[in-house]
Design a protein around this ligand. Structure first.
Ligand SMILES: [Zn+2]
Length: 83
């Protein structure tokens, strides 16, 4: 026969196990989001490197990837949120 105290302990244990499972899910999602953010930041840095200003032209900086004046539409889109 189980005492009332033992039943309370079992209920508390089950509640704690459920809370732990929720925290583990959150931690897993956060790790996934962090990984995706790091991938996105890496890709943005790679695109920025491609569209970095070439300042060798005496007429002004230009984008060697787009072959237009710098900042090019790609960099403008990154910095101002518009093409
Ligand atoms: Zn460009």
């Amino acid at each position: 026969m189980t005492s009332h105290y033992q039943q309370q302990l079992v209920q508390q244990l089950r509640a704690a196990e459920q809370e732990l499972a929720q925290w583990r899910q959150r931690a897993s999602r956060e790790a996934e989001y962090r990984e995706r953010a790091e991938q996105a930041e890496g890709r943005l840095a790679a695109v920025r490197a491609l569209h970095d200003a070439d300042r060798s032209n005496p007429l002004g900086p230009w984008c060697p990837e787009c072959t237009c004046s710098w900042p090019c539409p790609t960099i403008t889109a990154f910095d101002e949120g518009r093409p």
